[in-house]
Design a protein around this ligand. Structure first.
Ligand SMILES: Cc1ncc(COP(=O)(O)O)c(C=O)c1O
Length: 387
């Protein structure tokens, strides 16, 4: 089967150099970075080198990075850590402000914080999936503890005004968290210039391995750890480090940063080719693009499309049978596709939500694959309509 993988936003293939870095670290012999002997010191030096490399890319201090078990853990650690620390400093600081289109790692953590007595405000978004800085300004005040706004959305790609909102949060003395899991590798992130206190990354969205990520914690940010039981990561994340995963994360992150412009152009090419081919094969009225249509308003590697009259579940199943991997603009819970909270927040009619498919692009994809996929979709949709 000549498979086509258009689901890079779910997980990206590991870059061969990241695999090499992983194998080199995993094969180097035993070594717990906390052990004082030579084996331990060798493992520790791998973690230190990786931390230095990633800090260099983000322009932060190495000791401001905490390695985690991925994006979900980074988001949870950011929100619980900052909310609890802020309230411990000042009991009036109980406000959490976030947006309706965050990943569930943020939204469900916020729900849990609400259950613990924090006051949650979930900001709405416009029809392109963007929150407004004005709405954020109205919601952020002197009792706000944490503001969490993602850099770029994982379902529709829409970029968010997180830097503007970060400045508003700062002005009110609140902690600013940014989920940059999808944006990393596509958008520049310079932490010397951004009003951001906490930032989440995940290796496997950028050519690194699954199960490893990082949380940036700006020096001096009120924040407390989520995990206890060891002094790893300067007592900020207990547990033996994933040494090979961290080494591979650094290799992937370096490549992603070095090749950012080329990767952006490549993803935009494949995205554009798919859109053009869909219009040619199906007709321009057979589908609608969800999100911000302007390239400058969106991550280049994500395309969310609603196909009129075809449920995404049926289309995705048929695409899978034809060797094309894409995903619903929705979470898959107990084997069934749930309507997407992102599309619902954008005000899409329920049938548009049920028809939405996310294609996401990355290394290895070609415009020929995009054209072939459009032909396959045309065959599937006409077969379904003629049934
Ligand atoms: C925006 C965003 N945040 C967080 C996550 C969770 O990351 P991980 O899979 O590393 O736990 C994802 C994964 O899809 C994501 O897209």
């Amino acid at each position: 089967m000549n498979a086509i993988y258009f689901d890079h936003a779910a997980t990206s293939p590991m870059h061969p150099e990241a695999v090499q870095a992983y194998v080199a670290a995993a094969g180097a012999g035993p070594g717990n970075p906390s052990s004082l002997h030579a084996f331990g010191r060798a493992a520790r030096s791998r973690v230190t080198a990786a931390r230095d490399a990633i800090a260099g890319l983000l322009r932060c201090r190495p000791d401001e990075l905490v390695f985690t078990g991925g994006g979900t853990e980074s988001d949870n650690a950011a929100l619980f850590g900052a909310a609890r620390a802020m309230r411990a400093r000042d009991e009036r600081r109980t406000g959490i402000v976030t947006t309706a289109i965050e990943h569930h790692a943020v939204l469900h953590a916020c729900d849990q914080l609400e259950a613990e007595g924090f006051a949650l405000t979930v900001l709405p978004v416009d029809e392109t999936g963007r929150v407004s800085a004005e709405a954020a300004a109205a919601a952020i005040g002197p009792t706000t503890a944490v503001v969490s706004v993602m850099a770029g959305n994982n379902e529709v790609g829409t970029l968010q005004p997180y830097a503007e909102i970060g400045a508003l949060a700062r002005a009110q003395g609140a902690v600013m968290h940014v989920d940059a899991v999808q944006a990393f590798g596509y958008e520049p992130i310079d932490l010397t210039a951004l009003p951001v206190d906490l930032l989440s990354l995940s290796a496997h969205k950028a050519g690194g391995p699954q199960g490893v990520g990082a949380l940036y914690v700006r020096a001096g940010t009120p924040w407390q750890p989520l995990l206890f039981g060891g002094s790893q990561e300067r007592k900020r994340r207990a547990g033996t480090e994933n040494v090979a995963g961290i080494a591979a994360f650094a290799a992937a992150a370096k490549l992603a940063a070095d090749e950012r412009e080329a990767r952006r152009a490549h993803a935009a090419d494949v995205r554009g080719a798919l859109l053009r081919a869909l219009a040619a094969e199906l007709g321009p009225d057979a589908f609608a693009v969800n999100g911000d249509p302007r390239p400058e308003g969106s991550l280049p590697h994500i395309l969310n499309v609603s196909f009129h009259g075809v449920s995404n579940e049926t289309l995705l199943m048929n695409l899978d049978l034809a060797g094309v991997a894409a995903s619903g603009g929705s979470a898959c819970t107990s084997g069934s596709l749930q309507p997407s909270h992102v599309l619902a927040a954008m005000g899409l009619a329920p049938h548009f939500c049920r028809n939405a498919v996310r294609f996401s692009f990355g290394l290895g994809n070609t415009t020929a694959e995009a054209e072939k996929t459009a032909k396959i979709i045309a065959t599937i949709t006409s077969r379904l309509r003629n049934r």
